[in-house]
Design a protein around this ligand. Structure first.
Ligand code: CP
Length: 325
């Protein structure tokens, strides 16, 4: 067990060892238990987290803010749009300055080709940990909460199958950060990962290579499929969500034309019946209801979406308590 994690950034789980991730999960489950029992756990008294958002959020903002309060500290909500960030504060200035006021800097910047780079620049200039609240490439705290949920619902994840599938959505072209983080983390926990998407929705080849290497090292499986229904058959976890065809086109009209070809990729009851009897359906939310997933599936007995959302709180508290204390 690795316990000295003070000062560490959480930008992608791939930069943490298995031992370190195991510690983090152990602490997350402990904090969840403590909250359930009403046991105070103010490990970050007088500490402050800056939360800088370049993009909207419900769960991430609310869970980081609640988490800091429960740990005895405070979280500052900062929006790029309503601060001088929109008038030229640089990443270096943000890292230097917010790092001097705070004990951690959390950032959401999902612009394709820019978000992760921005976090890296802030981290380079910051004296305190940088926590990724979602960038263009990774959503590590979502994947950690998802892993907790899988462990709670299915027990030992080793040998279980997770289908990380694209699904159709019409609201907006969503980042690839969730599928990327899922294929990277679940392969390290011995799951057989099926990545399922139409040909235009490929993920970055270097991340696919990393997932393959993880799978090899941890005796897991990793396969890429393009048949929505074949991907669901016999699976234990059906994680079906939309993402943009970002490696194919960055033109919004072309994106819409491509995406609209796959309107029938909806997570529905008929397809869920192809999965294992006790399979769970997962989605990080927000979902496009009755477009991406039917009400019957997302509100049904197999759905784990509220537990996933809750586990964001516990996973993030563990990251903050370990890195910011
Ligand atoms: N799942 C997730 O990150 O939700 P928000 O976009 O509401 O933060």
């Amino acid at each position: 067990m690795q316990t000295f994690l003070r000062g560490r950034d959480m930008i992608t789980t791939q930069e943490w060892t298995r031992d370190e991730l195991d510690t983090l999960l152990d602490v997350a489950f402990d904090l969840k238990r403590k909250r359930a029992l009403g046991i105070p756990h103010a490990y970050l008294r007088d500490k402050v987290l800056a939360m800088l958002f370049f993009f909207s959020s419900t769960r991430t903002r609310a869970s980081f803010e609640a988490g800091m309060a429960q740990l005895g500290g405070h979280a500052q909500f900062i929006e790029s749009r309503t601060t001088q960030v929109s008038h030229g504060d640089t990443a270096k200035e943000i890292g230097e300055i917010l790092g001097r006021y705070n004990d951690g800097i959390a950032i959401r910047q999902v612009d394709w080709g820019k978000g992760n780079q921005y976090l890296r620049w802030v981290a380079e200039a910051s004296r305190v940990p940088v926590l990724n609240m979602q960038c263009d490439l990774y959503h590590p705290h979502q994947a950690l909460a998802d892993l907790m949920t899988i462990m709670e619902k299915l027990g030992d994840p080793r040998g279980k199958t997770i289908t990380v599938s694209w699904a159709y959505a019409s609201s907006y072209s969503k980042p690839q950060s969730v599928p990327n983080s899922l294929i990277l983390l679940m392969t390290r926990y011995g799951m057989n990962v099926r990545l399922v998407h139409p040909p235009e929705f490929k993920l970055k080849p270097e991340l696919i290579d990393q997932a393959r290497e993880n799978a090899k090292k941890h005796h897991a499986g990793f396969e890429i499929m393009d048949d929505f229904e074949a991907g669901v058959k016999g699976t234990d976890v059906w994680y079906a969500k939309s993402w943009g065809p970002l490696l194919t086109t960055l033109d919004p009209e072309e994106d819409r034309r491509i995406t609209d070809q796959y309107k029938d990729w909806i997570a529905d009851e008929r397809r869920l019946a192809l999965a294992n009897e006790d399979a769970i359906y997962m989605h990080p939310l927000p979902a496009d209801r009755n477009i991406e997933v039917t009400d019957g599936v997302i509100d049904g007995p197999h759905s784990a979406v509220f537990d996933q959302a809750e586990n964001r709180l516990h996973a993030q508290k563990a990251v903050m308590a370990l890195t910011m204390s």
